[in-house]
Design a protein around this ligand. Structure first.
Ligand SMILES: Cc1cc2nc3c(=O)[nH]c(=O)nc-3n(C[C@H](O)[C@H](O)[C@H](O)COP(=O)(O)O)c2cc1C
Length: 329
């Protein structure tokens, strides 16, 4: 019996440890290594709406003055299709090579022709589609209601475009988090990934330049995800996958106890190598033994807020007690 068997978004998985969308899921050699390391499912590197557009623009700029102006629509479509074709080829190869579920991944920020990509990914055999959906709320004209409406429209349209399960990976920038998650689950998505961790900028104060921040999470970055999974997963009719800062079997155990069906790994595998997944799998089994759990369902959701005798502790956010000294006793 496989004690790590679980399900997510209607799919059966041999392990809750899954590979998040990243450069590690962008080629077949790494994908095979992930499966061999016991990973339960892979989310392929996202096709970026932005990337498709910038590739089209760069190529079209290169053609300027060459008398190709009338052909711009043709070239734009040609290049767009090339970027999409490469990702669909990887998907097709992954489906032929791997026996674990393969999620196609699409990054999108607005309504667009990429619904066709969703359909094509389904036709090539994707087991599910994960939308990496993020609109940076930086425009003063956009209210939170407008932004949430955009998210929900995109999700509804995507769910209608395909018959495979659609999941969405979200960030933390929502005001009414649990209400929004309820609306998201009402769109027909089968899985919600909390939370994405975005590319950040930093400042080089000597050169007075904007520079990329360190790309990887640290092992203590899981706490925001833990709280929101614990607050939401048991309450909503949708599966949750936990992401960000998951670097150890203990954190995996916590996320599942909070109610997550699976966890997504990225930084730990990129920093320590794919072999880290084998170690986490073995550590998780040891931890389950110690806790007397024979299966994932034995502890999934056991520590969700809904099942707690003291639900208010999940909502505590201020340090009043800690600072008053009572916690030092
Ligand atoms: C170098 C790098 C590339 C990434 N590319 C993608 C991507 O294409 N699509 C996506 O949804 N997330 C992408 N992510 C985010 C990861 O999938 C993951 O959600 C995030 O890193 C948090 O997990 P972690 O703490 O385990 O790293 C990327 C992360 C890194 C570090």
């Amino acid at each position: 019996m496989n004690r790590l068997e679980c399900s997510y978004a209607g799919l059966k998985l041999k392990s809750p440890l899954t590979a998040a969308s990243s450069p590690l899921t962008a080629d077949i050699a790494h994908l095979k290594a992930l499966e061999e390391a016991g990973i339960g499912a892979v989310v392929l590197k996202s096709v970026f709406e932005e990337q498709i557009e910038s590739e089209s623009k760069a190529a079209l700029d290169g053609l300027s003055g060459g008398g190709f102006a009338d052909s711009s629509v043709y070239f734009e479509n040609f290049i767009k299709n090339t970027a999409v074709d490469a990702s669909l080829e990887l998907l097709e190869e992954a489906k032929k090579t791997l026996s674990i579920p393969v999620f196609a991944s699409l990054n999108c920020v607005r309504d667009g022709s990429w619904y066709e990509y969703a359909k094509r990914a389904e036709n090539v055999g994707a087991d599910a589609l994960e939308l990496n959906l993020f609109i940076l709320p930086s425009d003063v004209k956009d209210s939170s209601v407008d932004l949430e409406h955009r998210y929900l429209q995109i999700l509804k349209k995507t769910v209608q475009s395909v018959s495979i399960p659609v999941c969405v990976k979200l960030g933390t920038y929502f005001t009414g988090m649990t209400h929004f998650l309820k609306e998201v689950s009402g769109c027909g998505v089968k899985g919600i990934v909390l939370f994405n961790r975005y590319y950040n900028i930093d400042f080089d104060i000597e050169a007075e330049k904007v520079v990329p921040a360190a790309p990887f999470s640290s092992p203590d970055e899981y706490l925001t995800t833990l709280r929101w999974i614990a607050l939401s997963a048991a309450e909503l009719p949708v599966d949750f996958a936990a992401a960000t800062g998951i670097h150890s079997a203990e954190t995996v155990f916590k996320m599942i106890a909070a109610g997550a069906k699976t966890v997504q790994l990225c930084s730990v595998l990129m920093k320590d190598g794919i072999k880290a997944a084998e170690q986490m799998r073995s550590d998780l089994l040891t931890l389950m033994d110690r806790k007397g759990c024979t299966s994932i369902s034995d502890f999934c959701g056991k520590m969700a807020q809904e099942r707690s005798s003291d639900p208010s502790v999940y909502e505590r956010v201020q340090y009043i007690q800690f600072l008053s000294g009572s916690s030092r006793q």
